[in-house]
Design a protein around this ligand. Structure first.
Ligand code: NAD
Length: 357
């Protein structure tokens, strides 16, 4: 009897191992990138848990765990029996709450690492950012070998650096815990609450008249499905002795485009006027610098949060595009949606924001 049952029990064990390796948790799965990750993972046959402080959508195939990633007690139930964790939670970069950035991105990520180790999660894939190497000066075809920014463009990015360092340091093949960081840049696509809605708002308010610089500076804008593809490939290629262990990878559309040409395509596609006038980069930068200085001086008297800051000028007026050769070589990455298709799909998905003719 026992001998007749053996093949069945071996098959059962094999299926259990296969199922476990396809069981994942997406931390931040209610967000823009997170929700796209969940949809693609389900398509690929993964069983998916979402851990987030809010439930952003409903899907009967997904098990939701609502909690704060800074609490190990909240996290643990969502990680039971899971093989791979995708950590793409963060406070919005537009927040000016430094304490929150530090708490969630840095100490919270250390809690995620601890919780993963405690329950025996084998792989952790972090969503970092290509901006961890950007200091407001031109980067052309930047590789992952460039050092972390000594003067990051903002506090959010400073905590993304701290977070990435901790995750990569935690890679520990001897104890069966492997880590990798994905660095996307300028994610866009359907349901993004930031880029297109803010662009349209700015155009509507008549503030989208000037291009900073000569309009030629190339930047990476990365379609959300390509970012998702990079994360899933990373999760699947992250194995003991693979080159991915403890490394960071740029994921882009591999088609850098002039910053202002990209915005113009979206604006024209939604029937808004594109910016027409050029303002020299140095002039915009010093104006923004002067404005920040004024805000600092007047700080004790009035609270103003300017949107025209030196950091925003640098983001709009410098070259910053990144090489994804390492991802191509180590995990066979190739964008799955071209920039033309991506722009077309994005414009279509925001038809409700289109200006009536
Ligand atoms: P998002 O704001 O849409 O999603 C973030 C999610 O994290 C939200 O659902 C939020 O509720 C959740 N979250 C925040 N604090 C939490 C906490 N304490 N506990 C549990 N959940 C929490 O952001 P996104 O644009 O989807 O970005 C996803 C990731 O990609 C972030 O790590 C971000 O730094 C990184 N990134 C984004 C871009 C971009 O252009 N959007 C570029 C580079 C890197």
């Amino acid at each position: 009897m026992a001998t007749r049952l053996r093949p069945v029990s071996v098959l059962f064990k094999y299926l259990t191992v296969c199922n476990a390796s396809k069981k994942c948790t997406v931390i931040g799965g209610s967000g823009f990138l997170g929700q796209h990750m969940v949809e693609r993972l389900l398509d690929k046959g993964y069983s998916v848990n979402v851990f987030d402080i809010r439930q952003g959508f409903k899907n009967e195939q997904v098990q939701f765990f609502i909690g704060d990633l800074c609490s190990k007690k909240d996290l643990l139930p969502s990680l039971q029996g899971v093989n791979v964790v995708f950590h793409c939670a963060s406070p919005a970069p537009s927040s000016d709450n430094k304490e929150l950035f530090y708490k969630v991105n840095y100490t919270g990520t250390m809690t995620v690492i601890e919780a993963c180790k405690e329950v025996g999660v084998q792989k952790l894939v972090l969503t970092s950012s290509a901006s961890v190497i950007f200091e407001g000066r031109d980067i052309k075809h930047g590789t992952e070998d460039l050092p972390y920014a000594k003067k990051p463009i903002d506090y959010y990015t400073e905590t993304k650096i701290l977070q990435e360092k901790e995750v990569l340091k935690a890679n520990d093949p001897a104890n069966n815990f492997l880590t990798v960081a994905i660095r996307p840049h300028g994610i866009f696509g359907p349901r993004d609450p930031q880029l297109v809605p803010i662009l349209v708002e700015t155009a509507k308010s008549g503030k989208m008249k000037f291009m900073i610089g000569d309009g030629k500076n190339l930047v990476d804008f990365t379609y959300v499905e390509n970012v998702v593809h990079g994360h899933i490939l990373a999760g699947e290629h992250l194995q003991k002795d693979s080159p991915l262990c403890g490394k960071a990878y740029h994921i882009t559309n591999d088609e850098p485009i002039p910053f202002w040409a990209f915005l113009t395509r979206i604006l024209i596609g939604l029937n808004y006027d594109a910016p027409k006038y050029l303002i020299p980069y140095w002039l915009a930068y010093y104006l923004a610098f002067f404005l920040s200085f004024l805000v600092f001086i007047l700080g004790p008297l009035i609270k103003i949060k300017p949107t025209f800051t030196p950091m925003r000028v640098a983001l709009a007026g410098t070259y910053h595009y990144y090489s994804c050769e390492r991802a191509k070589k180590d995990m066979g990455y190739k964008p799955v949606v071209s920039l033309d298709q991506a722009v077309e799909r994005t414009i279509k998905s925001y038809s409700h924001l289109r200006r009536a003719s």
